[in-house]
Structure formats: C-alpha cells, structure tokens
Design a protein around this ligand. Structure first.
Ligand code: KIV
Ligand code: ZN
Length: 385
C-alpha cells in the first residue's frame, strides 16, 4: 500500500486563526502531542515573523526528536537564514519556501513580473538547498495560477533542488475535480532526476478542504498538509483528523496507509481546542461531540442491536470512550428502557409504558432529557402507585 505522509501546520497556518496565539510552552506541548499522534512533519512556525515565533520554532526543534520539524520562509535571504538559525541543528530539519504564482498575487501583491517570480524561485530555492537537505516549495495561490505558469514555477523549484512540491489552494477556490487534475498534470509533466513528493494544502472557504485533499491523494499526492480541528486563516485548513480517518475507513478505496496513531486523535483535538480557545463544533466530523451520538428512535434501536447500522467509525478508534444515545422527543422506547437500566431501574410492561408516555410528554417541552429528569420521573411514578 502507498504511504501518505502527514504534515501538520497547526502551529503555523493554524495559529493564523484570528484570536489564536500559542506561547512557546504551549507550542512545545502541542508539537510533542503531534509527534505522538504520528505526524511526519510539524511546521513549527514562521521564525522571521517575530522573536517569539523564532524562540518557539527553536524550542520545538530541540524538543522533537522523531518527526521532521519545518519552518516557513518567503523567497528572501533573511527568512531562510532565520529558519536555519532556528532549526538548522535539530534532528530532522526541513525548510518550507513559498512564493505566490497567480496573476493577481504577482501583479497586485508582489508587484513582480512572472519572469522575476521565476528567477526569485530559482535563486532562493537554490540558496535554501545550500543550507538544508530537504527543501519544500509552495507556489502560493496555485489553484488560481495558470496551468502553464504553475508548471514553469514548479519545474524551476525542482531544478533548483526542491524535492517536496506543495500545491496550496490558498483561498479555498478549487473543487475536487480541478484540484485532483492539477496533481495529475504536474506529476505527469514535471521532469526530475530525483523522486518528488507532491503535497496538498487546502483551505476551507467553500467547505471543500477535506474533499480536495482526498482528490489530491487519489491523483498521486503522497503528502497532505492541514491542521488539527481544521483551524486556520478564515474558514480554516483541511482537518487532518478527517483525512486520517477517511483513509483508514475507506482503505478499500484509497489503498493508502499513514503513520497516524488513530486512538490519539481525540486527545490531540482536545489539546488544540483547549490551547487555541477554538471549540470544536458539536457536529464536526470525526471528533465533534455529536459524532457518536444517536438521538432518533429508529437510529437508537438500530445501534442497540448492532452499532454498525449507523456508525461507520467506532468511537474507540479515535480515542472517544463510547457512543451515546441522548434522549429527546424523537427517541424510542428501546433506548429509553436501556437508559433506565443504566440508571439502575429494570422496568418492563405496563410500568415501562406509563413511564415512556410521561417521558415523551416531558421531551416535547425540553431539548434534551437528562439523567436527573429521568430519576425524578421514576421517583414520581413510584409515589403515585
Ligand atoms: O495557504 C497557503 O498558501 C499557505 C502557504 C504559505 C503554503 O499557507
Ligand atoms: Zn495555508
């Protein structure tokens, strides 16, 4: 089976989430958990951005021993030197150099001609390669770059020594068909005398970040970039936990393996949520609070008979203790009876019928019926008999 590597950028792109600011201690704690989760490469930060970020990237480089540690640099000597000063002496360093290649970014942001952009890619990837064994290059805004120019930019980076080509859908513009096709095209047309790793990097502006990353993998990408819980600039990045679990659950389709330790997923997600202050929506795939909760009677009955009727992921796979059957107005008698059993009441026949009727009346008035509500109901029913 093909191996898909995971590149986590929670500490760099994830920290670009408005309102998020990890301190060095938190960053090191997160990096160590990411390493435990099985992440292959941790993007520790953008060291030129501030003395604090430099210090954090350096501390991560010293603390992390197994995973590769990457630092971000623009096509500028000072940026590249700063990454080298921060992580050049760590166990497995890698530099991530980027430059925008779309017309709008070149013309209105960089104020550079396409020729100047190509020459800058050549100059700074060559310089980065003189300091680092592994150089990653990203043509920023790749999905809004013309196909021909993207190929030129990537070929220039490869000729200058980049062995990892990351294709950012910077503004979350691509759809899975288009994004997958970009990988197929580059893999087919870029010439290199050494193996190139193709990597996806997607943003979620149109809600397609995970679908796009999976399309890239289907079309030959063997590395995926993203963040834990999908945090990041604007609508965020590809949620890595979604990709890890999708590749596992649909191994039949993707035929890929990863190094992710799936039962560390929830712990990793909880830590990122706590330290970032960005809570996970309850309906979030894989790690949301409702991901293993079943409320309607038909679903609850099915799950009680065989969890696989409505669960394609066992909660334990990702480190969630158990599924749950919250009781509400749509819940059925089977789940109600099981809940009473859990609370210590083995109720059947007429008594069950009466209690279930009262429960339904209560559930119509409340969003969710709690254990305390049920205990009160049972006690009241007993008093009336
Ligand atoms: O989204 C993006 O283009 C980036 C690059 C720096 C890779 O985060
Ligand atoms: Zn990004």
């Amino acid at each position: 089976m093909r191996k898909v590597q995971f590149f986590d950028t929670t500490l760099r792109d994830g920290e670009q989430t408005p309102g998020v600011n990890f301190n060095t201690k938190e960053k090191v704690q997160l990096a160590l958990q990411l390493e435990k989760w099985g992440i292959d490469t941790i993007e520790a930060g953008f060291p030129i951005a501030s003395p604090g970020d430099f210090e954090a990237v350096r501390a991560i480089g010293q603390a992390v021993k197994k995973a590769t540690v990457a630092g971000l640099a623009r096509c500028q000597k000072a940026d590249i030197d700063s990454v080298y000063d921060a992580i050049g002496d760590c166990a497995h360093p890698q530099i991530h150099v980027f430059l925008a290649t779309s017309e709008i970014h070149m013309r209105d942001k960089l104020k550079m001609t396409p020729e100047e952009v190509l020459s800058s890619i050549h100059e700074y990837v060559t310089y980065a390669r003189s300091l680092f064994d592994i150089v990653q290059f990203s043509p920023e805004d790749a999905s809004r770059t013309s196909k021909d120019f993207l190929l030129k930019a990537v070929q220039t980076a490869v000729n200058a020594g980049a062995t990892i080509i990351n294709i950012p859908d910077t503004v979350g513009y691509a759809n899975p068909t288009e994004y997958g096709a970009m990988f197929a095209y580059l893999i087919e047309n870029v010439r290199s005398n050494q193996p190139i790793t193709y990597s996806s990097h997607c943003h979620d502006d149109l809600g397609m970040a995970s679908a796009n990353a999976l399309a890239a993998i289907e079309n030959g990408a063997n590395r995926v970039e993203g963040t834990v819980n999908g945090i990041g600039e604007r609508a965020g990045n590809t949620a890595l936990e979604e990709i890890a679990v999708a590749l596992h659950i649909r191994k039949d389709f993707y035929q890929c393996e990863t190094n992710i330790v799936l039962n560390e997923t929830k712990r990793t997600s909880d830590l990122v949520a706590r330290l970032s202050g960005i809570g996970v929506p309850r309906n979030k795939a894989v790690i949301g609070g409702n991901a293993y909760a079943h409320e309607s009677g038909i679903h609850q009955d099915g799950v009680l008979k065989n969890p696989e009727t409505y669960e394609i992921i066992t909660p334990q796979l990702v480190g969630v203790a158990t599924n749950s059957l919250p009781l509400g107005k749509l819940s059925g008698r089977h789940a109600f009876q099981e809940k009473l059993k859990d609370l210590g009441y083995d109720v059947e026949g007429e008594e069950l019928k009466a209690l279930f009727k009262r429960f339904k009346a209560l559930a119509d008035k409340k969003k969710q019926v709690t254990d305390e509500d049920l205990l009160a109901l049972v006690a009241d029913e007993a008093r009336q008999q």
